[in-house]
Structures are given as C-alpha cells and as structure tokens.
Design a protein around this ligand. Structure first.
Ligand SMILES: C[S@@+](CC[C@H](N)C(=O)[O-])C[C@H]1O[C@@H](n2cnc3c(N)ncnc32)[C@H](O)[C@@H]1O
Length: 266
C-alpha cells in the first residue's frame, strides 16, 4: 500500500483497511468501514490543548536540563473555538459509533476538562454505558517553569460500552487497576535522532486496553493513529487493526514500527 494520502474513491473495504496503515482523513475514510465491523476502538484524537507557550529549560532559575519544550503540537490540534472543536469531535464520534459492534468498547484519551462532553454525548445520543476512567500517570511530567500550578502528571482515558451486545472483558488476565505509571515517551524514545511524535503514547498502555477489552483476531480501530502505538500493540497481541492518520510522516513511522514488530497474524 503506498503511503500517499489517498482519497476515499481509491480504497475498498476490507482489502485496503485490515492490518493496513491508511493515510487520509479519518472522518471521510471511516465512512467506508461497514457498520458494526470493529470490536474495539482505542484512540488518541486531537483534543485542542495546543498553545504557543514554549517551556524554556536551562536559562531560568529552575535550571531544567534538556531542550525547550513546545506546547504547540501542530495544526492538527488547533481549532477556532470550543464549539468548532466539539462539533468536529461529535462528527468523528458518530462515524466511530457506527463502525463499532454492539457491546464493543470505545476507549479514548481526551482532555480532562472536556471529557465529560463526549461522555454525555455517547450516553445521551447512543445509550452507551460509561465503564469508568483510566489514569495514565507520567513518572517524568514536564516541569512547571512559571511556578503557578502543579505539573500536569496524568492523562485520562474514558471507557464506554456500546449497547446491544455482549461485553468482552478478559477478567481471567487478573484484577487490573484503572491506572498505571509510565514515562513520557517523547523524552526517552528517539527514532532517526528525532522525537517520534509530539504527543506519542506508550505501547504498554495500548496493550493493557487491547488485551482486556478484545480477543485474539478481533478488529481494533484507531482513527487517529499518529505513529501507530495501538497498531503495534495489536500486532504483538495478534489482533487485527485498522489505523488511519492524515500526516504522511507519521504514517511512514507507523509502517517502520510495524515492520520491526513481531506478530503471528500477518
Ligand atoms: C494525539 S495524536 C496521536 C498520537 C499517537 N497516539 C501516537 O502515539 O503517535 C492525533 C493524531 O491525529 C491526526 N489527525 C488529526 N486529524 C485527523 C484526521 N481528520 N484524520 C486522520 N488523522 C488525523 C494528527 O495528525 C495526529 O497525528
């Protein structure tokens, strides 16, 4: 599959979708996935938290080590207003809900300040049941240079079940906590001498979700895959996947990571 961004006329389900890195706009491309085709959605969408602030290190009294840290993650995270952002978010949620089988789980990173908007939307419009929130704790959060608040040391992942089918929850894997601790990926993981993705998430978190909320061979959808943390987790755990990303640079990195991952399904 070539990695140019493809328009929807060029793609056919399932041949161009299953176990593929798909480069393009997920709001358009998800429309080509049949209803109720996927067992689990796990994703990390834009949640409009970018700003112009650069946290400088090594030049102020706090003397942080390392490079400056930008809070500008890219144009993909910028919207003109909260209304515009939520409208866009509800559009992708509508398509995601359509592709998810009854009883399946939709799990998503989101801004802690806005996550209740999507929880209410899924429950009120579609009858989803909220299965709780996972706290993804960072052992090395970005320091607060301005000394006006605590460091932002955790991310939230909402978990919602679609009505109309049986839940997959692999309790036999053992009791699991709704939180976990990990290091920020971008600070420690480099590829070709550069940081992989400004908001890259760890494969270990993806694997925890995939292993509990899906079974071997199931299809897992990540419509905002970035550099493919969910896809790599799926390959390692023998799940099939559909991964969509609009930036070709991230698609290429996801492809490289998948090539270096061992899995038995493909
Ligand atoms: C928060 S990042 C995901 C990073 C990912 N978790 C990782 O570990 O690399 C969200 C991604 O969604 C992509 N994106 C934004 N809008 C999109 C759209 N309409 N269709 C497909 N991808 C989109 C962005 O390019 C960005 O890479």
């Amino acid at each position: 599959m070539p990695l140019e961004c493809l328009d929807r006329e060029t793609l056919v389900y399932p041949d161009n979708f299953i176990n593929k890195v798909i480069c393009g706009d997920s709001l358009e491309l998800m429309k080509l996935i049949p209803a109720e085709a996927v067992e689990l959605i796990f994703t990390d969408p834009p949640y409009a938290i970018s700003n112009e602030v650069i946290i400088t290190r090594g030049r102020n009294k706090m003397k942080f080590k390392g490079k400056d840290i930008s809070q500008d993650f890219g144009d993909w995270d910028k919207f003109n207003s909260l209304e515009e952002f939520m409208d866009w978010t509800f559009k992708w949620l509508d398509e995601a809900v359509r592709t998810l089988r009854g009883g399946g789980m939709l799990c998503s990173y989101f801004d802690r300040d806005k996550v209740n908007f999507i929880s209410r939307y899924l429950q009120d419009k579609y009858g989803f049941k909220c299965k709780g929130y996972y706290a993804d704790l960072k052992s090395n959060p970005v320091p607060q240079a301005r000394k006006v608040k605590w460091m932002n040391g955790w991310e939230i992942i909402g978990m919602w079940q679609k009505p109309g089918g049986k839940l997959t929850y692999n309790y036999q894997l053992g009791q699991a906590k709704d939180w976990g601790v990990r290091a920020i990926v971008g600070h420690t993981t480099k590829e070709d001498g550069e940081r992989i993705h400004p908001t890259q998430k760890p494969i270990s978190v993806a694997k925890k979700f995939i292993s509990y909320w899906s079974n071997k061979d199931d299809i897992v959808l990540d419509p905002f895959m970035g550099t493919g943390f969910v896809l790599v987790g799926c390959k390692e755990l023998n799940r099939r996947f559909i991964g969509i990303e609009k930036d070709t640079r991230y698609c290429q990195k996801a492809e490289r990571r998948l090539m270096n991952t061992i899995g038995s399904l493909f």
